[in-house]
Design a protein around this ligand. Sequence first.
Ligand code: PMP
Length: 353
Amino acid sequence: MRQIPLRSDLRALSGYHSPQVDVPVRLNTNEAPFAPPAAWLDEIASAARDIDWNRYPDRAATELREGIAALHGVSAEQVFVANGSNEVLQSILLAYSGAGRNVTMFSPTYQMHAQIARVVGATVVEGKRNVDFTLDRAEIERIVAESKPAVSFICSPNNPTGTVESRENVEAMLLCAPGIVVVDEAYAQFSPWSAMELVNDDTPLVVTRTFSKTWSMAAARLGYLVGPRWLVSDMEAVVLPYHLDAFKQRAGLLALKFVGDMESRVRDIVAGRDRITAVFESLPVTWWPSGANFVLFRPESMSGKAVWQGLLDRGVLVRDCSGWAGLDNCLRVTVGTAEENEVFVAALKEVLA
Ligand code: PMP
C-alpha cells in the first residue's frame, strides 16, 4: 500500500468525534428529540417531485435567503446559507483567517471553532473563562490586545457549558476586536437574548444559526449567518459553486412555515431543562445554568466516567466531557422528550445511589 502522509500540522489534530452508539435514549448530540412536523414532511415529499433534478440549484439560494431574512427582519443580502452552521463557520475562517493569522475563542467552548481554524492554517489563541464559565471583559480585552485576532468567536449559549454571554461582553469584543466577531448562536432559540439585534453593515459582526436543533433538521445539514452585506458577498470567494442543493433549499424554506410549531417545541424543551435541573438540585451533582437545550453537570460522589458508563448500561447516552480541558468529571445531557428526560433522571438517581 502506498500511503501519502497527511499534512504534518494536521496529524496532531484528533478531529471531532461524538460516538454514535445505538441506545434507546440518545441525549449526547444536542439534536431536537422530536421529528419535524408531519405537515412539513408531506410538503417536502411533494416538493421533491417539483425539483428540476437535472439542473444545478439556484446558486444564490434566493428564496431561502429571503425567507430567513424575513424571519429576522433583515435583508436577504445579509444572509449566507451553507451545509450546517459548521460550513458557515468554515467559510468565515477560510475568508478571513488562514496562515499567519490568529483566531480567538474562550475555552471550554465548541471545539470546532479551534479545529476548523487549525485546518485552514490559522493560529488558535485561547482565552480563559472563570470557574463558573462566565467571561470577564478584562479577559476579552487581554486576548484581543495580545493576539489581534482576524476572527474572534463568542459562543452564546456556549457549548458545552450552556452559559449565555452578556450583551455587554459582545459589545466589549466589538469595541476592541480588529477583525470579524462571530457570535455562534446554534442554541439561540432557548436563550433570553440574541446578538442579532447588533448586526448592521458598519459592524464586523456575524451571527450564526442552524436548522439542526430547534428546527429538527440535523439530518439535512443547513445553517446560516446574518451579517453585513459586504461580508455575505465576500463568502462567494470561498464557497464552492452550487454548494447548497435544491432539495435542501426547499426543505429550509418550507420549514420556515412552521415557526409556530418550532416555538412550541422550544417551550417544551425549556420545561424539560427546568425539570432536569430541579432533579439535579436534589442529587450530589454540580450543574451550571443553561440557556441551551442541554445542561452540563458534574457528579460529586463518583467519577464522571463511571456515571457515564452507568447511564449507558441503563440505555441512556450522554456526552462524556470528563476528559476535556477545564471540564474535569463533567457530563453534558441534551434535553429530550418528557419521557426521555424521566428515563434519564431515573437512571441517574440509580447510578448515584
Ligand atoms: N455551533 C455550535 C455551538 C454547535 O454546538 C454546533 C453543533 N454541535 C454547531 C455549531 C454546528 O451545527 P450544524 O453544523 O449542525 O449546523
